[in-house]
Design a binder for this molecule. Structure first.
Ligand SMILES: *Cc1c(COP(=O)(O)O)cnc(C)c1O
Length: 358
């Protein structure tokens, strides 16, 4: 299998090997030590404040999105949600479900957020902003500097879903002034799905302390107090946490997060250049290093996904809804190489010669 989806992605050999072992009992000093190191490395890689904390939630990225909405926002907030696709829509739904007053900045699919979109919301009494810094459904990577300045001048509390961007694009939580960063195990962490992580800055920790949540499993107060001793309130996905540990140590050993971002950026640039002669065009003018979304000019994007899967053994990411036949996505995260890029291009060129690309 050659997997160019945006998650789950392909894991490296060492991570796969850990997945083949028996899962150990976890209420031990040895596991606590691993968890404390996971927390330390996550904080370092996110460039978080010294006083920040990281919690690991057993559940996919959406579990952490919901945990954040429940634990740091209340009905006293007035929240702005950037909604440029299905992940932005998910934040909107979570705010609605948890009765958090909110306004959405709805963007057409594939369009970047500009200063003009934000101006109408300056000085209007908003208290927080939620954004998926890489809107993975369309492949738009938002201008984090632009958002950071808006957040700063309006004194907003800032939640960044960086689930598909963390480790693929640079992210300095403290310099940007972000209060929360969320990521997940099956994206650039390149581990199996099942764990998501939340990095909470000092202001976020304060908010968690002041909020009462009506949920036992996603109570971050309890996650934080257990985390002080490297533990979780309930049985976590122990095996995945061990795989995350291996992956974080590897990144550290190979030059840290900057080297990982550079590797991903080079892989993305290589693919984009190789794809330039195919009858497809980049759908987003501001892509993340993690992924490229392509608009298919004369064929069905979904059919291309199906043919690649069934006849070439290569997976790309299809789209749903309105973009189903128009856009497919190619991931650049996980254990991929330039030779893998070449293999996908060869397959697409072959399909093109056979008239399957329109
Ligand atoms: C993958 C992803 C999520 C999480 O989705 P899950 O299926 O719950 O893991 C959330 N936001 C973004 C931007 C994502 O790319």
């Amino acid at each position: 299998m050659l997997n160019f989806t945006i998650g789950p992605v392909m894991s490296g050999q060492e991570v796969l090997e850990i997945g083949s072992r028996q899962v150990p009992y976890f209420r031990t000093p040895e596991f606590s030590e691993i968890m404390l190191e996971n927390e330390k490395l996550m904080k370092r890689f996110a460039c978080a404040d010294e006083a920040a904390r990281t919690v690991f939630i057993t559940g996919s990225g959406t579990a952490s999105m919901e945990a954040v909405v429940m634990n740091v926002l209340t009905d006293q907030d007035k929240v702005l949600v950037v909604n440029g696709g299905s992940f932005g829509e998910r934040f909107v739904q979570l705010c609605a479900l948890h009765a958090i007053p909110h306004t959405e900045i709805k963007l057409p699919f594939g369009q970047p957020l500009t200063a003009e979109h934000l101006v109408p919301f300056d000085g209007k009494g908003y208290t927080a902003l939620l954004i998926n810094i890489h809107e993975t459904s369309t492949g738009v990577y938002y201008d984090k500097q632009l958002v950071g300045e808006f957040v700063k001048r309006n004194g907003l509390f800032w939640v960044v879903d960086a689930i598909s961007s963390f480790l693929a694009d640079d992210f300095d939580m403290k310099a940007l002034g972000a209060d929360v960063m969320i990521t997940g195990s099956q994206k650039a962490l390149a581990c199996p799905p099942g764990i998501s992580a939340i990095v909470l800055g000092p202001r976020a920790l304060e908010r968690v302390g002041e909020t009462t949540v009506k949920c036992m499993y996603l109570d971050l107060k309890s996650a934080l107090s257990n985390g002080e001793r490297g533990q979780t309130p309930f049985t976590p996905a122990v095996g995945i946490l061990l795989q995350i540990h291996e992956r974080l140590l590897q990144i550290e050993k190979n030059g840290g997060v900057a080297a990982e971002v550079a590797r991903t950026a080079a892989l993305a640039a290589d693919f984009r250049q190789r794809a330039a002669n195919l009858p497809i065009r980049m759908f987003s003018p501001s892509p993340s290093n993690a992924m490229t979304s392509y608009e298919v000019l004369r064929a069905s994007a979904f059919d291309i996904f199906t043919t690649l899967k069934d006849h070439y053994g290569i997976w790309i990411c299809p789209n749903g809804g309105e973009l189903r036949d128009k856009v497919f996505r190619v991931g650049h995260i996980g254990s991929l190489t330039v030779d893998d890029n070449a293999a996908l291009i060869t397959a697409l060129e072959d399909m093109n010669h056979k008239g399957l690309m329109g």
